[in-house]
Write a protein that binds this ligand. Structure first.
Ligand SMILES: NC(=O)c1ccc[n+]([C@@H]2O[C@H](COP(=O)([O-])OP(=O)(O)OC[C@H]3O[C@@H](n4cnc5c(N)ncnc54)[C@H](O)[C@@H]3O)[C@@H](O)[C@H]2O)c1
Length: 251
């Protein structure tokens, strides 16, 4: 059977833990060759060692333009070109708007939103050289629908959707597709700030049971097949979409 990402050359940010790691493992199984980039050096090196063949690690701080430029250059050199850019690195903070620190607001925008601009800026020339390409950006249900305590995070994730949609239109003539994945509750430590804001895991479980039609959070592995679909040629006629994967909340 043909593997769905056979020979695809992929740069993947935020790929060493949780959702990203599940995606990277499925990408590898589907035949992709990858440069995984993250701020967490130890986890990145451990990932490359554990997965081996076709999975390399480079350090990046996505808040730093030069670091992103170097990540793309190193990735293209290692892979011999570029077919797919996945931008999954992210950060979360929660708090009431009246108590929220400007530094946290700015940090979230740098990690969650501005980084997507840097990635596109430096990756697009290489995707153009390949004659076609796919960019898959990670947003959130929070970017489509509000939640108390999430004003800053929601604003950054809404920005990712708006940016990606505009980028998709700009790049459509180059046959470079841009789509956005919007996960709902995925059970990872990433949500600790939101869980603390809600008053603890017990309260979060109650909220999930009441508001998620499927009645539970996702396991990170449940996100991975959608990434494969959007990165592969199977989605060749799909661009400028924000696709929600949230157990039915956004309907
Ligand atoms: N867990 C959820 O419920 C959920 C829901 C919706 C969207 N998301 C999004 O999914 C993505 C992955 O989330 P996760 O739950 O797997 O969390 P995670 O914390 O495991 O993944 C985030 C990754 O980004 C990396 N990162 C953070 N700052 C960085 C920086 N400055 N430079 C480079 N890398 C950096 C982290 O080291 C980590 O590997 C995030 O973009 C998040 O916003 C998660």
């Amino acid at each position: 059977m043909t593997r769905r990402l056979q020979g695809k050359r992929v740069i993947f940010t935020g790929g060493v833990t949780n959702i990203g790691r599940e995606v990277v493992e499925l990408f590898q199984a589907e035949g992709a060759r990858m440069v995984v980039a993250d701020i967490d050096r130890d986890a990145g090196r451990a990932l490359a060692e554990a997965l081996g063949d076709g999975v390399n690690f480079v350090h990046v701080d996505v808040t730093d333009e030069d670091s992103v430029r170097r990540m793309i250059e190193a990735g293209v050199e290692t892979l011999g070109g570029l077919d797919v850019l996945c931008q999954n690195a992210g950060a979360q903070r929660s708090g009431k708007v009246t108590e929220f620190a400007a530094e946290d607001w700015d940090m979230l925008f740098r990690v969650n939103a501005r980084a997507h601009f840097f990635g596109a800026k430096y990756a697009v020339p290489h995707l153009r050289k390949a004659g076609k390409g796919a960019i898959v950006n990670t947003s959130s249900l929070a970017g489509q629908r509000g939640g108390g305590g999430m004003t800053a995070y929601s604003a950054t994730k809404g920005a990712v959707i708006a940016f990606s949609t505009a980028l998709a239109i700009e790049l459509a003539p180059d046959n470079i597709r841009v789509n956005t994945i919007c996960p709902g509750w995925v059970d990872t430590p990433f949500n600790k700030p939101a869980i603390d804001f809600m008053g603890g895991r017990g309260n979060q479980d109650d909220i999930v049971a009441r508001t998620v039609p499927l009645g539970r959070q996702a396991h990170p592995s449940e996100m991975a097949p959608l990434f494969v679909y959007l990165a592969s040629d199977e989605s060749s006629y799909m661009t400028a979409q924000a696709i929600t994967i949230d157990g039915g909340v956004y309907n």
